[in-house]
Structure formats: C-alpha cells, structure tokens
Design a binder for this molecule. Sequence first.
Ligand code: NAP
Length: 519
Amino acid sequence: MSELLSNYVSGQWQAGTGAGTVLRDPVLGTELVRVDATGLDLAGAFRFARETGGAALRALTYKERAGLLSAAVKVLQANRDAYYEISTANSGTVKNDTAVDVDGGIYTLGVYAKIGEGLGDRHYLVDGEAARLAKDPLFQSQHILSPTRGVALFINAFNFPSWGLWEKAAPALLSGVPIIVKPATTTAWLTQRMVQDVVNAGIFPAGAISVICGSSAGLLDQLEAFDVVSFTGSADTAAVIRSHPAVTKKSVRVNIEADSVNSALLLPGEAAGNEAMDLLVKEVAREMTVKSGQKCTAIRRVLVPEALYSPVAQALSARLAKTTVGNPRNEGVRMGSVVNREQYNTVLQGLEYLKAQAEVLHDGAAVALVDADAAIACCVGPTLLGTRNAAGSDASDRVHDTEVFGPVATLVPYRDLAHALQLIRRGQGSLVASVYGSDPAALAHAATELADSHGRVHVISPDVAALHSGHGNVMPQSLHGGPGRAGGGEELGGVRALNFYHRRSAVQASTAVLGPIQA
Ligand code: NAP
C-alpha cells in the first residue's frame, strides 16, 4: 500500500485511523499516496489553533509576521522541484501549468510579505479618518481594525492545491489569524507537502498552521463566533456551508469563491484579423488550454460581433489544432490531463449538454494523445463550440448557465454592444471578463458597464499586448471574487484582503484618548 500522509493538528503530526482514500496519477492511473482524517480530535485541534496559535501570532506585529511570510517563501522556493514532481504526478500538469499553481502561490505569499512590511510594528490597523460626533470637536469616532480572535478554516478546491492554500494563508497569517486548511482530497498531497516543509522549518509559532487531509466531516461543527471560513469550490458545497448553523446562528463570517461562466468580449468595430482580434484569439486559446481549462477564471464564453464569427472560429481552431495533449512528462506535450476520472466524465457530460444547443467548431475528441494510453489517461482535447448566430446566442440558455470545468469554450455572436452586455449578464455574475479593442474610450465604457457583475475586468488593447497579466491569472494586487453565481466573495486585492480577518470597531472618545490609538 502507498504512504498514508499525516495531518498536522494541535502542534503534532497525526495519521488518521482509517484505511484512507487513494490519490492517483491521472495520466498513468497509478496509486500515489493515501489521505485520511478519521479519528482526529477536531475540537482539540480548533481549540489549540485558536488559543495557542492565535495568541502567539497576535503577540507579533504586522512587520514581524511579514518576516515569517518571507521566511516561508524561502523554504518553499528551496523545495520547488519536489512540488513540481508532485503536481505532475497528482494533477497531470505540464511544467507551465504547474508554475501557475506552485510559483503563483509562492509569489502571492511574497507580495503579502512586502505589504506586511509596510504596515509596520502595529497590532491593529487604523481605518480611515476620525469623525466629529458633537459640535465640540473634542468627542470623535475613530474606526479601527483588530485581528479576529478565532481560527480561519480554509476548504479548498482541487485545481489549485498550492495557490489556493497560499492566497488564503498569506493575508490570514499576516493578519495574525491561525489557519486550518482542508485541501480537496483528490490533490491534497501538494498542500500537505508544502505545509509540512514550512512547519518543519519551525518558522511559525505552534498552532499557527494546521492541515487536515481527507473528509470534511465535522469540520464546520467546530466553528465558533469569531472564526471565519473561506471556501473555494462548487456552488452546491457552498450552499451546504452557507446553511450550516455555525453560519446561520453564530454569524461565522464566510467567504465563498464558487464557479463562474467567464466571458471574453471583442468590441464592435474591430476588423477581421486586426490586432485586437488576434489578441482575443491568443488569449482564448491560452485560457482554454492552461491547466486543461480547470481554472475558475478560465474563459467559457467568447463574445464576438456576428460578422466576425467565422474569422474568429477559424483562427481559434487553427491555434487549438496545434495543442499537443498527453503525458505531461513528455517535452512535446502542451496540455496534460484533467484531475481524475470523475472530472473527465463530468467534462464529457458537460460537453454533450452544451452541444445540444451549439455546433462543434473544433473537436478535441479527434486529438490523438501523445505518450499516453487513451483508455487510462484522463486527457480531454480542447473543444470549441459556437451558437452559430445572434439568434442562437439568445436561444441558448445552456452556454450562459453551464460551467464545463475543462478545455471547452463557446463562441457567442452578438448584434451590437448592448446585446453583448446583456448576454454576458446572463452569466449571473462572474469572476472576470476580458475586453479586447483598439479604442480606449470604447474599452473604458465597456469596462465600467461590466464592473458591477464582475470582480475583475481585464482590458486588453494593442498597447498592453506584451504587458498584460492574462485574463485568468489572479494577481494578488487585484481583487479575486465575483458577485452572484461566482459566490459573492472577495479575496486578495492587496491590503484589502486583510479586512476579512479583522473586525471593524468604532471607538468613540475624547481626542486625548484617540491620539494614542491613532499613533
Ligand atoms: P467541491 O466538490 O465543492 O469541493 C470543494 C471542497 O469542499 C473540497 O475540499 C471538498 O472536500 C469540500 N467539501 C465537499 N463537501 C463538503 C461538505 N459537505 N462540507 C464541507 N466541505 C465539503 O468543488 P471541486 O469540485 O473540488 O472544485 C471545482 C469547483 O470549484 C469548480 O466549479 C470551480 O469553478 C470552483 N473553483 C472556484 C474558484 C474561485 O476562486 N472562485 C477557484 C477554483 C475552483 P473533498 O475533496 O474531500 O470532497
């Protein structure tokens, strides 16, 4: 039998008492490791994190905690090769896709270390200016932000075992809040290994970081009033978390990052084959194939003027045809597999569901795998669908409602800008929309029109062709999250991320009292 990975709780490595769930290589089908959380004293684990870890973290200043994040960055960088091997084996990713997760996570941690340094040697944050409460300016109100004295529980999705850990851990630990992370079972190995390396390096105080691999059973039952939960995953699981008594009765604060039917929009007035169209084509092809389309931010709907439907379909199909799919260990392969057999089946089912209201413009099923056995490897070729014409875009409800979590996108032709914006809104709120065009005023107008229904609007014009950070790349400086079906959450966005881990309070007092508080 394969190795059973340990959990780290109450300051100790502890193996579960069950047989464990097997984690597999999605390309070779081989058994890798097992995870199990049976028999852990969860109440004790949460208490230890809250009381021992929380007290020790809060005793440090923001600047001191930033120093711990920097030290963790060094440890993770030193062990990077091991993370790449785990990612290839467990997630089926080629090197470039591993980088998005592993290096993206380490980079995010580093950015928060820098932000923390700038916050200085304080134990709480001052929020805005004081406001006068009486005619006499002596009595005023000053808001402050204090780290919550609870624990942060992270329940993460399978697609980002590294980045998903660190993008949440960095602002929490910088805020002085201990974390307990429960990675998705399928890819828990990388999260567990990274936590193990950081814990064994002795950087953080005991109780600051815990990891529980395996079932989520009983985790939410441990939550108390000052704890917070940050969840990334499906809308169905999000609904379970939102309706848990800890949330409904104890007001445990929850952040939800759920699924999203993201769009790319080529503005009206662009000519076939011009630079704006080329930029759209390049970005859509990249978004469809990076991590085999298993990114919550990936482009699912591609909106183009009706007249450009065929030119874009042809250009995109030509690019997708060059994507080699198969064993990520083979240097000639551009795209590896999806994460497991279950996801493979779910992607194929989703494709069939969309196809009932769309035509196939580029068929990934026709792709021959490189260095991989099609009967075992969970590889899906990139597939481009299309709704044919503007009337088809209106008639199709599925393309606007369905997130197929794989290398699949649908071309959606529109009549005019108002029609395009209306179609995009049928996604019911998304993480990100990207807009392509060459007229700055038209781009600015579209961006502000899309802003209320998207956590991020990524605008690509020819002048930033070589500079932009990518539609699907989540940069720690910018907000990540989206309204409505995207979960309604907010993460990252620089120092804004710290808000979730702090409690805001208004101190009403004499200016003589407020002076030292503001200092
Ligand atoms: P999922 O099935 O909802 O699982 C997410 C996490 O929830 C896993 O750790 C899972 O544990 C846990 N979980 C399952 N049932 C639970 C319960 N009853 N109580 C508490 N936790 C529970 O989602 P997924 O299939 O892993 O992730 C794919 C989805 O995540 C996609 O729809 C994608 O769009 C979304 N996603 C969103 C973002 C974002 O930032 N917005 C990022 C990445 C992914 P087990 O693995 O042990 O079941």
